[in-house]
Design a protein around this ligand. Structure first.
Ligand SMILES: [Zn+2]
Ligand SMILES: [Zn+2]
Length: 161
């Protein structure tokens, strides 16, 4: 997506404010993940992920801790969280290391966030299935359709400038 079409930067952080991050490149899409890890990490029905190009993401305060597991891809996936309030802010999966997956609910302004697709429906609560056009039983096969749907959706932060 064209960064000029997206109001930047986007700031966010954990609940207590010790960990803060800044996004300076347009997110490529927003998705819901119903996998067991996400449900346990969020203590909720699904997580809301927002991939951002790696060079467009920076931690600007605090030192997130990480918890690593071997993902379905067979490669490590690193979950970053605040050591004080344990808020989960972002993920780096080594099978797609060019992106940081920001947990979109941790944005300061997250009212605009809306997923265009959902993954790991096989693991999720049936009642939590969202009425979305792009649905995957497990991982998404590729991100082309999700990126196109997000670009076409017009879902954007409301620019205040
Ligand atoms: Zn915190
Ligand atoms: Zn997940």
């Amino acid at each position: 997506m064209d960064d000029a079409a997206f109001p930047l930067p986007l700031d966010g952080g954990c609940r207590c404010g010790a960990v803060r991050y800044r996004i300076t490149a347009a997110p490529t899409f927003v998705f819901a993940c119903h996998c067991t890890d996400c449900r346990q990490l969020t203590a909720s029905a699904f997580s809301v992920g927002m991939p951002v190009p790696k060079e467009g993401f920076a931690v600007i305060a605090g030192e997130p801790r990480s918890w690593t597991k071997i993902a379905d891809s067979g490669l490590p996936s690193h979950q970053y969280w605040c050591g004080a309030c344990h808020g989960w802010t972002h993920t780096v999966a080594e099978h797609s290391p060019q992106a940081v997956i920001v947990r979109a609910s941790t944005l300061d302004d997250h009212g605009w966030v809306r997923p265009v697709g959902q993954i790991f429906l096989r693991s999720g609560y049936p009642w939590a299935r969202l009425p979305l056009p792009l649905n995957y039983d497990t991982e998404f096969e590729d991100t082309v359709a999700l990126e196109a749907a997000f670009a076409a959706s017009g879902v954007r932060p409301v620019s205040t400038s």
